[in-house]
Design a binder for this molecule. Structure first.
Ligand SMILES: [Zn+2]
Length: 180
C-alpha cells in the first residue's frame, strides 16, 4: 500500500510525534506501508508525520538494509559536516545542512525489542532528518536564513530556465513562512 506524502506547507508537518505504547501489527503495517512509499519516491528516509500519522516512528535505508525504528532517540553524535540535503516533503529543494557524520540512535524494532543502531554518511544524515520530522522540524529550519534566501534565489533562476511548475509554489510558501 502506498501512502500520500504531505508536502510543505501542510500544517501537519509541524506536529510533534507521540511515542508508541505498543509495537503491534497495526504499527508493523504502518511501517511496511511507509517503507514501500519511501522506496517508490526513491527516498532514503520517511517519518510517520510525513504521511499524516502521529506515531513516533520512521523508516530508512533500502531493500538490502531495511531500517524501521519505533520511538527513536538520538543517543550519540560525532562532529558535524555540511552536505546538500533534500526531503520528500519539499521536492526539488536541496539545502546545505550541517549534521553529525555519525550517529547512534536507540529505539524499538518491529518486535518491540530495544535496539541501538549506528550509522554514518547518508544514513546518519537521513536519521537526523527523520528525528527532526518527528519534532516538527524541517530542513528549511536547519539553515541560516541568509543561506536559505540565497538557495531560494538560485532555485528561482533555474525555474525561469526550466519552466518548473511545482517549485514556485513551494518557494513562495517558504518565503512567506520565513519572512524572506
Ligand atoms: Zn524529510
Amino acid at each position: 500500500m502506498s501512502l500520500e506524502i504531505l508536502k510543505f506547507p501542510h500544517p501537519f508537518l509541524r506536529k510533534k510525534a507521540v511515542p508508541v505504547t505498543k509495537v503491534n501489527q497495526k504499527i508493523r503495517n504502518l511501517l511496511e506501508a511507509m517503507f514501500q512509499t519511501m522506496k517508490e519516491h526513491l527516498g532514503l528516509g520517511l517519518a510517520a508525520i510525513q504521511v499524516g500519522r502521529l506515531e513516533k516512528v520512521f523508516v530508512a535505508g533500502g531493500d538490502s538494509h531495511k531500517i524501521a525504528l519505533v520511538n527513536p532517540e538520538l543517543i550519540e553524535k560525532s562532529s558535524l559536516e555540511i552536505m546538500d540535503e533534500g526531503c520528500l516533503s519539499l521536492p526539488g529543494i536541496y539545502l546545505p545542512i550541517e549534521r553529525a557524520a555519525r550517529v547512534k540512535v536507540a529505539g524499538l524494532n518491529l518486535q518491540g525489542k530495544k535496539v541501538i543502531i549506528e550509522e554514518t554518511g547518508l544514513l546518519a544524515r537521513a536519521f537526523q532528518q527523520e528525528l527532526d520530522h518527528l519534532e516538527g522540524i524541517l530542513i528549511i529550519d536547519r539553515v541560516p536564513v541568509t543561506v536559505l534566501k540565497e538557495e531560494l534565489e538560485k532555485l528561482e533562476k533555474n525555474i525561469v530556465q526550466e519552466q518548473n511548475k511545482i517549485e514556485p509554489i513551494l518557494i513562495a510558501a517558504i518565503r512567506r513562512e520565513k519572512g524572506i
